[in-house]
Design a protein around this ligand. Structure first.
Ligand code: NAD
Ligand code: DAU
Length: 346
């Protein structure tokens, strides 16, 4: 093992994707020490890092907008991988304030420290910055061919308070590269799935609903399309960009995993032994993006990155199994999460 960066700071490393990234680094890059900076909001969970060796991973509980703490940690790091964010669209529709604070002010705070100490910065972002694509069935030709996909040069057009703050944070990173010579890269990735995802999100919400005797809840008609990538493949992609990405560039990560929500729900119901219609249609999300789809050609060709989980139904089965076997990880939060949705008829 000869990793380029041996002392990395992972913000949001106690959240879903951050924790899976830390687990990947510990398992596959033996010469790397990870410091996690995480505020442990409702979405962060120390249990996501349980079992990791103390001589490889240290958790610092704190805020990425705390300039004094960030300065101290960045001074002692040789790369920052920035995952920390408020991440849920539905929450951003109810109360955008923490999204502005963490996703914009927090990212700004990290960028200033990275600039001061000339530390390599990788910014983890989302395909939602590009807005949405039309559903294939609404295109001339009624769904023949793949339809348009996002590329690194697609125009920014975010829809929600969440995605607009992520777009803003991407633009801050680009400006710090151009104006201050910051050594930074950006990745924009599609919908992740896998273990440790908070149960407010679509796939874990439906699995844990079924396990709790509650009917799954589908927004609108369920025709919206998401491009699913396993969180392990996201981790390998971020690592490839961190080590070999071109400074200043944007890379897209996706695994050709397009599925409409109704199909995903049918797969979950079938796998868990329920009939296809055993769910409720509920109030749609305001401004609900129709379709996301990633063209990851540049990342594959330039960096040789390939996703491993190419069989979505297999990855989904593994995920169902994980939530079934780890009830103690999610059970205590279930009532509160569902009560929040119920207030919105969702
Ligand atoms: P998550 O909500 O599960 O985790 C976010 C983590 O950030 C939590 O541990 C939380 O405690 C921490 N955090 C929040 N505010 C903080 C602050 N002010 N200071 C320090 N820590 C703070 O989110 P996720 O789904 O794991 O997403 C991680 C990143 O990946 C986000 O930047 C998100 O925009 C991006 N992303 C997510 C997806 C997806 O499908 N979930 C896809 C593409 C990109
Ligand atoms: O595309 C990347 C984005 O994917 C990330 O940037 C976000 O952080 C992440 O949360 C995710 O955003 P989505 O809004 O696509 O994910 P969510 O799991 O909230 O919803 C997925 C789809 O399922 C979406 O079309 C809304 C729908 N949905 C969601 C919930 C929670 C339902 O139909 N029922 C539900 O109960």
């Amino acid at each position: 093992m000869n990793s380029k960066y041996k002392n990395i700071l992972v913000t949001g490393g106690a959240g879903f994707i951050g924790a899976n990234f830390v687990r990947y680094v510990v398992a596959e890059h033996e010469d790397v020490f990870v410091t996690v900076l995480d505020k442990l909001t409702y979405a962060g969970n120390e249990a996501n890092l349980v079992g990791l060796p103390a001589d490889r991973v240290k958790l610092v509980v704190g805020d990425i907008a705390d300039a004094v703490l960030v300065d101290e940690l960045v001074k002692n790091s040789d790369a920052i991988i920035h995952y920390a964010a408020e991440s849920h669209n539905d929450n951003s529709l109810k109360n955008p304030a923490p999204f502005i604070q963490t996703n914009l002010i927090g990212t700004f705070t990290l960028l200033e420290a990275a600039r001061k100490y000339n530390v390599r910065f990788h910014h983890v972002s989302t395909d939602e910055v590009y807005g949405d694509l039309p559903l294939r069935e609404n295109l001339p030709g009624h769904g023949e061919g793949e339809g348009e996909k996002f590329t690194p040069v697609t125009r920014y057009n975010p829809s929600s308070p969440y995605s607009s703050t992520k777009a803003g944070s991407d633009l801050l990173v680009r400006a710090w590269v151009r104006s201050f010579g910051l050594q930074a890269t950006i990745s924009n990735t599609s919908n992740n799935y896998g273990p440790y995802q908070h149960i407010e999100k679509f796939i874990p919400r439906q699995i844990t609903n079924i396990l709790s005797g509650i009917k799954p809840k589908l927004y609108g008609a369920g025709k919206n399309v998401r491009d699913w990538i396993h969180t392990y493949d996201h981790a390998t992609g971020v690592w490839a960009i961190l080590e070999n990405g071109k400074i200043g560039d944007t890379y897209l990560l996706g695994a050709n995993g397009e599925q409409d929500n109704l199909t995903v729900l049918h797969m979950i119901l079938a796998d868990m032994g329920h009939s296809e219609d055993d769910f409720d249609f509920v109030q749609d999300r305001a401004g609900h993006d129709l379709r996301y789809a990633i063209d990851a050609t540049k990342t594959r060709e330039e960096l040789g990155w390939e996703p491993k989980y190419t069989d979505f139904s297999k990855g989904l089965k593994d995920t169902i199994e994980w939530y079934t076997e780890n009830e103690s990880w999610w059970k205590a939060e279930k009532d509160e999460v569902e009560a929040k949705y119920a207030k919105n008829n969702q």
